[in-house]
Design a protein around this ligand. Structure first.
Ligand SMILES: [Zn+2]
Ligand SMILES: [Zn+2]
Length: 309
């Protein structure tokens, strides 16, 4: 709860006029407890899990040929019943694990020093802290995910997340309850190392989940703005991990590609990409030289042949 209730008190405390965003924050949070503000994450997560994957679900169910060309595993099709079952399972995990975890984890947030007070952080500060959170999460998640692919970790816990060999947006948080608890650690470490404002923390929790939904979307859109984020893995990178399945020792990272590159766990993925590019190029050359008529049909067929989909 803020130590000042009125605009005048806040301005006297800061020794300057409040900016417009600070005035909004003061009006909204002055009479709310820090615990209540922290618990906003429950509502944000519910909305993100329920709403953000919806456009992807409509694409999946519409089976439009215009969008299908961006589907990474176009032959794998889920029915509306499959999609609803996934959402239902995610929601029961949300109400029994994710929500209660938020309710009881407040002391840790207080301990690391997430603040609700004024002044608000600058846009640059928020951006820098989010970059740190994503990098810390990516690195820690990489090693925990690798551990979950050992025989015990996979059979006891991680196989649930791999039930979807061709992931969909709703399947991003689809996992064993123990995995949900374990993967809370990488999400918490960044804010613990560089604690910031509650608004930054909200943004972090929201963006991390939106990123996970994007990574599990099953679609690789060439116009996606995420293509401009350096070393961003995206759907194509993580889809390969699900495609290979339980035996996968490839593409463990949750956000970026550099951990898999540095530790040599993306060799199969890169080999497949190289092979696909080579075969597609050879086919294009052959068809342009000798048979223009067959090009469209064969170019659509070759990636499926290589991916065996
Ligand atoms: Zn995995
Ligand atoms: Zn996954």
């Amino acid at each position: 709860m803020l130590p000042y209730k009125t605009l005048q008190e806040a301005e006297a405390f800061l020794g300057r006029n409040l900016t417009f965003p600070e005035t909004i924050w003061l009006n909204y949070s002055a009479n709310k407890s820090d615990y209540f503000l922290y618990c906003h994450n429950i509502l944000f997560l519910f909305l993100i899990f329920s709403v953000v994957p919806l456009p992807l679900v409509f694409m999946e169910l519409s089976r439009s040929s215009g969008l299908d060309k961006f589907k990474i595993q176009p032959k794998v099709r889920l029915s509306s019943a499959d999609v609803f079952r996934c959402y239902k399972d995610v929601m029961s995990m949300f109400f029994f694990i994710v929500g209660p975890l938020q309710l009881v984890s407040y002391p840790s947030i207080k301990m690391i020093g997430i603040r609700t007070s004024l002044p608000l952080p600058s846009g640059w500060e928020i951006l820098m802290q989010l970059a740190v959170y994503f990098m810390v999460e990516d690195f820690t998640n990489y090693w925990i995910h690798r551990f979950l692919h050992c025989k015990w970790g996979y059979e006891k816990i991680h196989r649930v997340h791999h039930e979807y060999t061709a992931p969909i947006g709703f399947a991003a948080p689809y996992a064993h309850w123990a995995e949900i608890l374990i993967l809370g650690i990488p999400s918490f470490l960044g804010p613990a190392m560089a604690p910031g404002h509650m608004i930054t923390f909200w943004l972090w929790i929201a963006l991390r989940q939106i990123e996970a939904i994007d990574t599990h979307s099953g679609y690789d859109f060439p116009w996606s703005p995420t293509k401009y984020i350096p070393f961003y893995g995206g759907a194509d990178h993580h889809d390969y991990h699900h495609y290979v399945g339980g035996q996968s020792q490839s593409n463990f990272a949750s956000v970026f590609t550099y951990c898999d590159y540095i530790y040599g766990t993306d060799k199969g993925y890169r080999y497949q990409k190289k092979l696909l590019a080579k075969v597609t190029f050879s086919a294009m050359y052959f068809l342009l030289e000798y048979d223009h008529g067959l090009s469209a049909a064969l170019l659509g067929f070759l990636p499926c042949l290589i991916l065996n989909i």
